[in-house]
Ligand binder design. Sequence first.
Ligand SMILES: NC(=O)c1ccc[n+]([C@@H]2O[C@H](COP(=O)([O-])OP(=O)(O)OC[C@H]3O[C@@H](n4cnc5c(N)ncnc54)[C@H](O)[C@@H]3O)[C@@H](O)[C@H]2O)c1
Ligand SMILES: O=C(O)C[C@H](O)C(=O)O
Ligand SMILES: [Mg+2]
Length: 623
Amino acid sequence: MSNQIRASSSLIRRLKQQMSNPAVLIQTRSFTPSEGQRPVIVHKRSLDILHDPWFNKGTAFSMTERDRLDLRGLLPPNVMSTDQQIERFMVDLKRLEVQARDGPTDPNALAKWRILNRLHDRNETMYYKVLIANIEEYAPIVYTPTVGLVCQNYSGLFRRPRGMYFSAEDRGEMKSMVYNWPAEQVDMIVVTDGSRILGLGDLGVQGIGIAVGKLDLYVAAAGINPQRVLPIMIDVGTTNEKLLKDPLYLGLQEHRLDGDEYVSVIDEFMEAIFTRWPNVIVQFEDFQSKWAFKLLQRYRYKYRMFNDDVQGTAGVAVAGLLGAVRAQGRSMIDFPKQKIVVAGAGSAGLGVLNAARKTMARMLGNNESAFDSARSQFWVVDAKGLITEDRENIDPDAKPFARKVNEISRQGLWEGASLVEVVQQVKPDVLLGLSAVGGLFSKEVLEAMRGSTSTRPAIFAMSNPTNNAECTPEEAFSIVGDNIIFASGSPFKDVDLGNGHIGHCNQGNNMYLFPGVGLGTLLSGSRIISDGMLQAAAECLAEYMTEEEVVKGKIYPSISSIRNITKEVAAAVVKEALEEDLAEGYRGVDARELQRFNQEELLEFVELNMWHPEYPTLVYRNE
Ligand SMILES: NC(=O)c1ccc[n+]([C@@H]2O[C@H](COP(=O)([O-])OP(=O)(O)OC[C@H]3O[C@@H](n4cnc5c(N)ncnc54)[C@H](O)[C@@H]3O)[C@@H](O)[C@H]2O)c1
Ligand SMILES: O=C(O)C[C@H](O)C(=O)O
Ligand SMILES: [Mg+2]
């Protein structure tokens, strides 16, 4: 045995003795901390730490470490122990064995999402190249409907954080922590408080997935530079009892803030964001209806913001409703004659009702009496049935659509009449659902739609995700008839009607508007997003479809042309901002120059400002 080996074996013996003697062990610990306990000097901060597999502790970074290392806001707020982290990982790993299904969609959807997400983490250019080239196939994975499933399973799927988390615990700190985000410039923020994610209810911090999915479309459809987008979650607690009890939940396990306390958090957040990035555009997404309208009114003339569920959905629905009129072989100007039954009076339903009524009123002369008479074209049914002026504690936002009691009694209806009763009596041209109730358009309701006085009844089952659609296209075509116009919020396949005929399934989703609204606002340099700009976006979408297409029942474009339609919508928004004298220009192009562009030049200007996923040449300089 060599001396060296003999020396090391005696060293091991001594160490073993020390380990078995607690007194020695304590002494050893207090004087020479073992490698694992000694602080490690790092020369990195912020995202660089989270992206370094050696230093990263993920959700286990303590609050003080988060503050010391500029990590505050870059992780979900709940600090996890190592055991909890491992448990969360194992739960997720085991879940892979169970097929994740979201109704009649792809059983491998979640597995595809994981693969795409990993690509997103390691190579953004390649990720967006793949997404843009295969948008028809992968939009349903990174966006609706799979994004709903992702949000539901987010605590398990969480790997690398994406975006920022502001929580009720960060009150008083937001103006400083916003600087933890590494990008100097941010053009587009999508923010949610997780209170109403698609039709899935309150998912708390897990709602960040929807902000990530919407921004994927901003990059893929609108060509916003991915380095300048920021998904944000404002975690003010949750009402979801399951999440409140789940030890692996990543958000604040507290009851959701409400009232003035809630508003003060959102106020502080908005101030912080616009202090650092005065030119950013903020899209509010999936805030429960209770706050959606109030926050929109509070901020829309102060900040560059809009609410996608209220305003984006409204524009998409109006474009579809106009398409349905054209599909009947009539001119759009006949829209004010349509009888429309809307099921759902939340942020989306009321947004659509307000915009559709305004559109009708404009066509009827744009005066008070036109606005008043447009009201009588709508019947609104919510969870309590038909809304009339007899409704107790009526939601003030729904009040303008409450039917007069004498008027509806002449129609054989009453306060609280059921959806099927309303459809039977009204015989509407259009039945539009934004109720979040899957299957609400039951066999009876669809059979009642057969009595529609329209030559081509339209059914819009707009609730998301797939399982929440009010009906499927198969049900609608088979029960109401081959001639109908059908649209759904989540993607469904076209229906084979036999004899070589296809029942076209349109996707009536705000994805056709919000990317263009954001891009158009950015490029116009408008300080606010006016009703006129949103209306221009909706009209552009309505006019995008050719006569030939609408007659075939195609009232929305195919998602494969989303980049082109977004460009057109953005140009329409810029044009309207110029007309309303809101435009201030973008980068080197001021409003006067924008004003001089003809339509072709305007489209070229938009195109030139869209980001394309190409690798740049990189050069290293040691400065
Ligand atoms: N396709 C799109 O682009 C799009 C856009 C926005 C929202 N949505 C979907 O719309 C749905 C609703 O969103 P929201 O923010 O308005 O939600 P919400 O919860 O605020 O509103 C739902 C409304 O439906 C009503 N309702 C519930 N049960 C009903 C029933 N049995 N009959 C009739 N009405 C009933 C409720 O009373 C309420 O008025 C969600 O599923 C969301 O995903 C789709
Ligand atoms: O997210 C979508 O697919 C549409 C809409 O914003 C919704 O809330 O359902
Ligand atoms: Mg939404």
